[in-house]
Design a protein around this ligand. Sequence first.
Ligand code: A2P
Length: 317
Amino acid sequence: DGKTFTLSNGVTIPAVGFGTFANEGAKGETYKAVTHALRTGYRHLDCAWYYLNENEVGDAVHDFLKETPSVKREDLFITTKVWNHLHRYDDVLWSINNSLEKLRTSYIDLFLIHWPIASEKDGQEKPKIGPDGKYVILKDLTENPQETWQALEQAYNEKKTRAIGVSNWTIKGLEQLLSFAKVKPQVNQIEVHPFLPNNELIQYLFKHDILPQAYSPLGSQNQVPTTGERVSENKTLNEIANARGSTLAQVLIAWGIRRGYVVLPKSSNPARIESNFQSIQLSDEEFAAVNAVADDRHCRFVNMKDTFGYDVWPEEA
Ligand code: A2P
């Protein structure tokens, strides 16, 4: 699908991006999935330092560009993110250089702060884990991420990345970020699906010309929600999909794009990689029906608070 959005600095971004987080992380799985995604037509890859597979993404991109001379690096949109233990100025710059090397590219298209949490490092390659088994939070840098943001601005000014932004950021955190940002964040990547429509945050992002990107747009199928029901098991949503002969994933992807933001489905299954990329248009009635399911829901599946020892959304606890 060729649908795109435009970031506040004029950079074009494909509406559908391929998520590269590999749950089991079996060696070679990411290479295979990304290769299949690129051959299918995906031109937008969502990566992260933390996924520990940027080298496989880089190899897949390299080999694909070699086998497909009609596609150039400029036709791809590659995002990566800096992990919590690398929020110090020099570490952010180390992180992007490290990602560029593994991704085998001289620039990326979007560089994000993965979480609004700064933690201590245990060398460059891993976060420090405290006696309680959790990350060792750097309180000052977490409460005031100006130093981190300035490093992203530096990477942007050096043209190592064509855009910068954040992930898992709240309105409160964005207010602070906007108060000191010389380069405004162009993106906030957040969990969004019909069980977590995130309307207030998304309206805030639109108002400030920050493009939302939806992760876990299919409702994070692997995790069992506290409510018991998975998005994929919702009767109404399945009826909407069945009635039109589409997959539920296609409906969920179309719903996000119609709401005006980037959607980041991920799969390691070739048939699902392909069907997720086949775009559909929802009728007004179908769109309204999905919105009705989403109304008043707020069920978050991805919260790393037990790993981090820090809750980004304490008000939800
Ligand atoms: P698989 O790799 O076996 O396809 P999310 O991004 O919402 O967290 O969900 C990702 C999960 O959804 C993956 O585990 C993926 O499993 C699964 N998935 C991806 N596409 C589809 C689809 N079209 N139908 C069902 N499950 C899907």
